[in-house]
Structure formats: C-alpha cells, structure tokens
Design a protein around this ligand. Sequence first.
Ligand code: TYD
Ligand code: MG
Length: 494
Amino acid sequence: MAKSTLSFVCQNCGAAYNRWQGKCDACGAWNTLAEEDTTGATSMPVSIRSKRKSRVFALESLAGKSVDAPRLPTGMAELDRVTGGGFVRGSVLLVGGDPGIGKSTLLTQATSVLARAGHRAVYISGEEAIAQVRLRAERLGLASAPVQLAAETSVEDIIATLSEGTVPRLVVIDSIQTMWTDTVESAPGTVTQVRASAQALIRFAKKSGAAVILVGHVTKDGQIAGPRVVEHMVDAVLSFEGEGSQQFRILRSVKNRFGPTDEIGVFEMTGLGLREVSNPSELFLSERDLGSPGTAVFAGIEGTRPVLVELQALVAPTSLGTPRRAVVGWDSSRLSMVLAVLEAHCGVKLSGHDVYFNVAGGLRIQEPAADLAAAAALVSSLVNAPLPPDAVFFGEVSLSGAVRPVAQTAARLKEAAKLGFARAVLPETARGDAGGDAGLSLNAIGNLTALVADIAARGTPRKAAATGYDDDGNGGGKDTAMRKNTPSPRFRRQ
Ligand code: TYD
Ligand code: MG
C-alpha cells in the first residue's frame, strides 16, 4: 500500500497544493481548496512502476492511411449534427448542463433509439433509482426499448459488468460526479475521484471500442463542475443550455476531436420529452412583437446553418449614478463596445441611460456579426422608432465605427428570403459572396453613422418629460434624443 498523501486540491481546476490557502494560484478562484487524499490519483503504485520494463514502439509518419472514425448515428438529426454525424466508437463524450435542463431525458431518448436499432446500449444512473429512470422512460413512451439499465456508482463494478458478454455500443454514465473508484481514497464528487473515475472509463472506452457518454454537472458560473481537467481528457464536450423559463434547449459543441465545434442542435422540451426543432429561425421569430421599437432581427450563422433571431433592447433614463447594463444571450463586453462606438462616433449619448439587452428564445450569440443588429435595436429603442418589420441586419462594427463585412452573406440572405423578409441592412463590402440574388432589397452600410441617421429619421422621440433632456422646448425633432441630450452633471461618472 502506497503511503497516504494528503493534499489540498482546488475543486474548480484540480490544482494541488501542500498547504491550505484562500486563493487558488492556478485558476484564481477563492475558497475552492479542499483537503483530499490523493493516494494513487496521479500515478500507479511505485511497486508496479519499478517492475515495468520500458518497451520500444514504432514511430509513424503523418502521411499514413487513415480511416474515418466509425460512427454510431442516432437518427436524431439535431444530436447527430452537433456530434458531427453520430457518436464515435471508442470515444468519450461529456455532456454538461444545468440541473433539470434535460440531460437525462436527451440521453434516455438517444440510448432507446440505439437499443431499438439492435445495439447493446447501457444506461448507468448514479443519481436516480431504477424506478425513477423507468418512470421517465414510461413518460417518454420508451419503456419497451431494450436498454440495459442499472443504478450503480462503483466504476470497477461497472467496468466489470460492461466487459461481460458482447461489447456495448453505447454506455451512458449519469453522472460522473456520482462515480467513485477504489484506487483513490477521496470522497465521491471530489476532483480526485472524478478525475480517476473519468480516467478509468476513458481507458475502458478506448480498449473496448464502446462509445461512452459522461453526464457532468455545471457550477453556478456555467462551467462543468469539478475538474476542468475532465474536459481535457475527453474527446468531445457538449453543453446543453436553455433559459429555465423557456421550453427551448440548445445543444452546443464546445470541444470535438472528431467534428465541428460551432454547430448547435435545437430542441423543445414537451410533455413527451425533447422534440427536435429542424427550423430554429421560425421558432426564434415565432413570438415576435412586430412594430415595437427596440427590436431588430439578426441574420446569424450557427455552424453551417443560418439562424434568424430577434434582438431586443430597452434604453431608459437611469436613476442611478452608474447606469445599469444587463445582457442576456450576448457578450456584455461586446455590448459595451457597441455602446462606446455609438457614443464616440455617432453622437448617441447613452451614458445617462440604463441599457437592457436580450436575445429572444434563449439563444446565446457569439458572432461579431451581431454588432450591427444590436446597434440598430439600441438606437431604435432610444429614439422610439420601430425598425421596418421586414428587415434583417448583420455586420461587424469596428472601433472606428466602420461596418465590416462578415462571412456567408449569401446563406444569411437566403434564409431571410425564405422566412419572408424583404430587405437586409448589411456591410458595404460583403466578402466574396455578395449574393444579391436572394430577392431582397439590400441596404449596404459603410459606417454606423449612416445607420443611426437612418433610424433617427424614422423616430418620434419619447416625450420630453420621459427622457428629461429635451429642455429646449422644440417639441422633439429627430435630434432631441440623439444629440441634445447631454447628460446633466449628476449623470456624469467622473
Ligand atoms: P432531466 O432530464 O431529469 O434533467 P437533468 O438530467 O438535466 O437534470 O429533465 C428534468 C426536467 O425536464 C424536469 O423538470 C421535467 C422536464 N421534463 C418534461 O418537461 N417532459 C418530459 O417528458 C420529461 C422526461 C421531463
Ligand atoms: Mg439527470
């Protein structure tokens, strides 16, 4: 038996220390160090190591014959899109997401489909009792699928069971945080345990050729709980996202050694489980509030697929010393950047206003191409001018205020035309694929100033009393909310 080694392990990133300290030097998190027994966690016992003879192995060239990774398509198109064409045999996939988002539901559905197709599919639940899993399967109408089910948490027992009989094609471990292995002494759920259990399961997958799916919990700040190191160890990481209050769920690939990382799969949670949504644009635009100021439709691209989504902005005078900036579904630093460009180059004074920004439908946008649509929504809300309901927007805004071209113009325009939009506001120099043949009338914009002037010309500013700035009593020309609303001294932050 190796000597027991106690050390302090960061529960966020897995870094180990000899002494306790308040802050983890590796990831900067506070109060995440917990005492763990790391015996055997990182290496095999010395007695085995010293007896092992080194083996000489052959080195290969890059230009060898390669075979495509053998795939296991589930037939659920949205899931297969995100994995890159199905689960890869002998690979390990980590699925993360908030509690209650539908991870167990999604994987129950996937295992059932594969089991019905005649593959050996095993579902190991470490969180729920067999009765609970059965109840869910019944609700999903999948109780008759020949899935092999167990409620177990010992990794050694699980691997021994799986190694018997035919090799399983798919193994779901729900969740990795509940698993424990004899080789380390720490309690289940600790970094050391999670890492060692994941390692054992990865070894099993590589050796047997089974596709193993690990379910992982997510911490408050959205990272897969426990060690980030598990993310490095597995072949692919998918994250299952969605706003709790909405029934839409988005499966996003964060890392994928065998496929694309920018694809999304869209699902809807119904009483009968997750339903695939093959045309997300229709869904994201389905509850559009036509003709209200502060909304703009962004023609975006998610992976290979164009997705139209409504951006909503609310700009209101602030009563605070430092105005509020609240963002859902978009990067807050990106919003700050667009606000700064509007303020510095377009004469739009927003430093005395609270800004609320939301992406409809629970989608998270990562493309810089959303800048132009976001700016349009913000200005539209500020000057109280609805944007044309049949227009889509896309384009990147640079710090100088120039509107920069973005990729895949043609695909964006085509999707917009398909959904009945008549015009597009886009960058002047569309890169390569201008593609005006989609039948839309194009309004090419070189600088954000032009867009702001356009929207302001449509505007009927909110009543002077509401903004509090229109003190020259001219009754509100298009410029009042825009240029003459220099904030009074109490709004200045200096
Ligand atoms: P679950 O898959 O248990 O979530 P996770 O494993 O990510 O924690 O899903 C739980 C939620 O989904 C629960 O709040 C109920 C809801 N749900 C439905 O709305 N319809 C269904 O058919 C099922 C099975 C669950
Ligand atoms: Mg679950």
